[in-house]
Structures are given as structure tokens and as C-alpha cells.
Design a protein around this ligand. Structure first.
Ligand SMILES: [Zn+2]
Length: 375
């Protein structure tokens, strides 16, 4: 079965909260941070309800999950304090990951800041060597994430990651997390030639190292070097390309994790789109949302057709305008999904739908008419 889920919260009741949240989205996998992604404060693991959480996961058919290390770990830093904190904190994170029984911890390789990429590669490799030598009692792998190439990030190409791996003597515990938004932004043609991208990955790193997939659409065109995630279908990669990734025969053993942003006009009431994204990719929309859902989506398709709007083409047009026309952006900064939402709301296409409900149906619209056949 497809292992797919999203980033979920590990706070409050720890693994129990995470497992329950994941179940509410219809997930068969999920990803957690063991605490806030931005800092190193961590509650004792005894309070994280591991046993109860594992039982819940089993009941829900979740066999494999993923931990993500916090962003502040930077093994590429030339500052000794930052580097050493990164090494020791990552070792603690690996012990926590091991305690949960999870095999993969995702790590952003690091950033070279005021140095250069060569320095970054050397420093990260040294850091990983030190980290792994201190956690030999665990069987956790470090999954180096493919990065978009913003700022001074290392890992913007498969070659950079391969060079890090080469420089770590006992590198059998280094795996890879491939992020569709990041590699698209780094210049790999996920939308047009994913088979070619995988071939390249196999040649440079080796498919056997691929352990985790991050599934995100991108607000920017291929090669933009930006790293701005958007829900599946609402960005430059598009639903069809992501669907091809998730259902690719060479990747069927991997966990697929959504890190798409929550949607809504007011930041305080934004909601995740994970449930519909997962259902569209698993092909169980009817089971999750009921028969009326397809009718709603068909009404929206008919509404946009009547207005001569192709939602997918509209989405890419708006992204282009927002990117290339500062004056137009100032006059109307709304992103494509919000504009589609406003059009459908003004015309009362689905008068009884809440903001969240309408947005979920719009995500289904952006998956294209062909997706309806799989509901
Ligand atoms: Zn990441």
C-alpha cells in the first residue's frame, strides 16, 4: 500500500497526538519534528507516549514514519559553537528517533554562510562522520535532503550530495530525502521528465540510497532556486507530475510526506489541505469525502468553464504575473488559489461550503477533470 502522509504535530501528547492527527487526514505514514523545528528545546521522551502512539499507528495501518531534524542544525557552519551544537544535538535527535523505532531522520545538509561550497561539503562530511561515530548503538539513518539552492545551502545538486557522501568513511547510514519542490526549484525537470530526473539521481547517487520523498508543489518555475511550497496542483509542478512521482513503480516502497502550507484568508483560521491531497493521490476521495464531493467538484468545473477559465492555466498565469509584474502584484497580491476561491465565493457556486470545504474542492478541481474518474 502507498505510504503517504504529512508533517504532523508531536507536541501535547507526543506520538499519540501525531498518530491521531495523521489518521484524521487518512494518512498511511507521517513525519514529525521531536520539538519546535526552530529550536533545540525538547521535552523528555518519557512524556511522549511512545508505546501508546505505536499501538495507535498499528491500528491505523501506519508502519513507517519519518523524523525531521530542526533547521537550526548547521553542520556546514565555520563557527565552532554552531557546528559542535549541531553535532551533539543531532546525536540526541538520533537517539530520540531510535527510541520511537523510526529508521530515518531527515537533515538539511547545511549552509556554508561566509565560506564557499567546497568548505561546506568538507565541513558537513566531517560533521556527519562525527555524528555517526557517536550513535553506533542505534540503527537510524540520516536522510540528507535535496535542497532548492537558496542562499548558501549545500545539497542543491545530486553531485553536491554525492560528494558529501563520498567523504564520509562509513557512509552506509547516509540516505536521501528527495523533495519535489526543492529539486524542481534547483532546476530538475520534475514536471516534464521525472524519469530522466530519477535516472540522473541513480547515476550520481544511486537509487538504493533514496529513503524518503517530500511531496510539495512549488510557487516558482523550474530552476528558480527559491523553496516556496504550495498545495499539490496549485503550483508549477502540477497534480499530474506529482501523481506520477507518488505512484512511480521504482518508488513504491518509500514514504511520501506532504509539507504543503495551510490555506485560508486569515492566518489564524488557516487549515491544512492534506486530507484531500492524500485522497486524490491514493484514489479514495469518495471514501473520505462522500458522494456529494464529486458533484461539488463538477459544479466548480462547470462554473469555471462557463467563465472560460481553465483553472490550471489560470494558476500558472497568476504565478507568472506575481513574479514578473511588480505593479500588478502590488495592485492585487492574491495567490492563484485565493483568486479561484474568491471567484467561486462571489458567484455562490457552493453556498453551503465553509472556507475549508471550498478550498478542498478547489484542490480537487486543480487535479484536473481526469482525476474525477478516480474518486
Ligand atoms: Zn526539509
Amino acid at each position: 500500500m502507498l505510504k503517504i502522509g504529512s508533517h504532523v504535530s508531536f507536541s501535547d501528547k507526543g506520538l499519540v497526538s501525531a498518530a491521531n492527527e495523521a489518521a484524521s487526514y487518512g494518512s498511511t505514514s507521517f513525519m514529525i519534528y521531536t520539538g519546535a523545528p526552530q529550536n533545540t528545546r525538547r521535552k523528555p521522551m518519557e512524556t511522549m507516549n511512545i508505546e501508546e502512539g505505536l499501538k495507535l499507528m498499528e491500528q491505523n495501518g501506519v508502519s513507517e514514519i519519518v523524523v525531521h531534524a530542526p533547521y537550526i542544525v548547521n553542520l556546514g557552519s565555520y563557527k565552532n559553537h554552531t557546528y559542535e551544537l549541531g553535532v551533539s544535538f543531532l546525536q540526541e535527535e538520533i537517539r530520540r528517533t531510535h527510541a520511537i523505532g523510526t529508521k530515518q531522520i531527515v537533515l538539511h545538509p547545511g549552509a556554508f554562510t561566509d565560506k564557499d561550497v567546497e568548505y561546506g561539503i568538507e565541513r558537513i562530511a566531517a560533521g556527519l562522520t562525527e555524528v555517526l561515530s557517536g550513535v553506533a548503538e542505534t540503527d537510524v539513518n540520516i536522510a540528507l535532503e535535496t535542497m532548492a539552492g537558496k542562499g548558501t545551502e549545500v545539497g542543491r545538486s545530486f553531485e553536491e550530495i554525492a560528494r558529501i557522501i563520498e567523504k564520509v568513511p562509513n557512509n552506509e547510514r547516509l540516505t536521501i530525502c528527495m523533495d519535489t519542490c526543492h529539486i524542481h526549484d534547483a532546476g530538475y525537470d520534475v514536471a516534464g521528465d521525472f524519469d530522466g530526473v530519477l535516472k540522473k539521481f541513480d547515476d550520481v547517487i544511486g537509487l538504493d540510497r533514496l529513503a524518503v520523498m517530500h511531496i510539495n508543489d512549488s510557487k516558482n518555475p523550474v530552476g528558480a532556486g527559491k523553496d516556496r511550497h504550495t498545495p499539490i496542483g496549485s503550483g508549477w509542478i502540477g497534480f499530474d507530475a506529482i501523481d506520477k512521482v507518488v505512484n512511480h513503480s521504482s518508488l513504491s516502497h518509500l514514504p511520501f510526506i506532504l509539507e504543503t502550507p495551510w490555506i485560508g484568508k486569515d492566518v489564524k483560521t488557516q487549515r491544512p489541505m492534506y486530507e484531500i491531497e492524500i485522497a486524490l493521490l491514493r484514489g479514495n476521495v469518495g471514501e473520505r469525502f462522500g458522494a456529494g464531493f464529486a458533484e461539488d467538484v463538477e459544479k466548480l468545473h462547470a462554473f469555471f468553464a462557463k467563465r472560460d477559465i481553465d483553472p490550471r492555466a489560470f494558476t500558472l498565469d497568476v504565478w507568472s504575473v506575481l513574479k514578473n509584474d511588480a505593479k500588478a502584484k502590488k495592485a492585487d497580491p492574491r495567490e492563484p488559489l485565493e483568486r479561484l476561491y474568491d471567484l467561486a465565493l462571489e458567484a455562490s457556486v457552493l453556498p453551503n461550503a465553509s472556507e475549508e470545504d471550498l478550498n478542498k474542492r478547489l484542490i480537487a478541481v486543480l487535479a484536473g477533470k481526469e482525476a474525477l474518474a478516480r474518486f
